[in-house]
Design a protein around this ligand. Structure first.
Ligand SMILES: C[S@@+](CC[C@H](N)C(=O)[O-])C[C@H]1O[C@@H](n2cnc3c(N)ncnc32)[C@H](O)[C@@H]1O
Length: 352
């Protein structure tokens, strides 16, 4: 039997369990391990078993397809409907840690959606029980997670708050801004939240900066930049939202986003053009290598079968073409469908 300390639980977009498993295996192999994944297509999660689990447990920020990465402590099964805590608490008590908080989550799958009310009820009962046992310590770096996969089954897991997603299920809940021209706006908002930290957002996104939006129509991504008081050149043959144009901060250019280049370097270039990912990656690399922008966020559409391989190929194109240290961060966001979103800039990734 495998020890629980050698198991990881990753939440992912349903339908992308294969990519998530492939990526965990690649990180495991790079750290000298040889584990295996248990994953059911459409489930929204991957269980990964490896003697090397501790070495990859802190790699949530480096994983594209995992929304969250947790260390499994135990697995509760056949929980009685009227007293699930009778099975859960002994598993939790077997771990000496105190917890800053406890979250009860379910996968993001259609099948698990009906577990949401149960998660809420169980969360309240669990926190009350932990408080009674004085196992809650707000200063602890560990958060307790229950991953409910059925009404009677749950993973019990731990998260180091410094190296895991700070949102239940790894999903930041964003409200659609009423004035924004399209729902895609949430994709860029989520990208800036997930791929940058607070300090970076403050330093790298300042009022008065200049940006370019390639494939901008109707303006959801441009809106995010304008909302932060950036001046934006929006490149698209399609129309831009009238309200957004009235801000006075947008120049609309009806031109080909693959040919356009700015007359002077800009701070930001964002790109949401629907095109072959390798073509987008090559163009993004050119912008960075030529110094046309300092920071970029772009989307890679993945309609093909071998999606993990395609992402790796795109990263290789970027690294090769830029040929300098590249800070490359990518996630399949909650608002991404068959696609991922990437942040890149010249420079090393530092502590990330
Ligand atoms: C997914 S939409 C962009 C949505 C936009 N990000 C938003 O938030 O409203 C893709 C856009 O890319 C544009 N597009 C595709 N190929 C392009 C090209 N070569 N040059 C400029 N725009 C292009 C399309 O006209 C379309 O408006």
């Amino acid at each position: 039997m495998t020890a629980h300390s050698s198991r990881l639980l990753a939440w992912c977009r349903p339908g992308f369990e294969g990519e998530c498993a492939q990526e965990l295996a690649a990180h495991d192999a790079a750290a000298g391990g040889g584990g295996f994944a248990r994953a059911a297509r459409g489930s929204g999660f991957v269980e990964y078993v490896s003697d090397n689990a501790a070495a990859i447990a802190g790699r949530w920020r480096h994983l594209v397809f995992a929304r969250q990465l947790l260390r499994v402590i135990g697995h509760a099964q056949q929980m009685p409907v009227r007293d699930r805590l009778s099975v859960l608490l002994p598993i939790i008590e077997g771990d000496p840690r105190r917890w800053c908080d406890a979250w009860v989550e379910a996968p993001d799958s259609d099948a698990a959606r009906e577990l949401a009310p149960l998660c809420r009820g169980l969360n309240a009962a669990l926190v009350a029980a932990l408080k009674k046992q004085q196992r809650i310590d707000r200063g602890s770096r560990w958060r307790l997670h229950l991953g409910l996969t059925a009404t009677d089954a749950a993973f019990v897991a731990a998260a180091d708050v410094g190296e895991t997603a700070p949102w239940p299920g790894g999903i930041p809940r964003l409200r659609f801004p009423r004035q924004a021209p399209s729902r895609s706006t949430l994709k860029l908002e989520e990208a800036l939240l997930v791929l940058l930290d607070d300090d970076e957002r403050e330093r790298w996104l300042k009022p008065g900066m200049r940006g370019v939006d390639l494939g901008a129509s109707p303006g959801g991504w441009t809106w995010q930049l304008v909302n932060r008081s950036l001046h934006v050149t929006a490149v698209d043959n399609g129309p831009m939202d009238a309200g957004l144009m009235a801000s006075g901060l947008v120049d609309h250019l009806r031109a080909d986003g693959f040919r356009y280049r700015p007359q002077k370097p800009v701070d930001w270039m964002v790109c949401d053009m629907v095109e072959q990912p390798s073509r987008v990656a090559a163009r993004m690399a050119e912008w960075l290598a030529e110094g046309w922008c300092r920071y970029t966020v772009f989307n890679l559409k993945l309609p093909m079968k071998k999606r993990y391989d395609e992402v790796e190929a795109c990263f290789a194109i970027l690294r090769e073409a830029v040929a300098r240290p590249l800070d490359l961060r990518a996630k399949q966001l909650y608002h991404d469908r068959e696609e991922i979103t990437v942040f890149a800039r010249l420079g090393s990734a530092g502590a990330r």
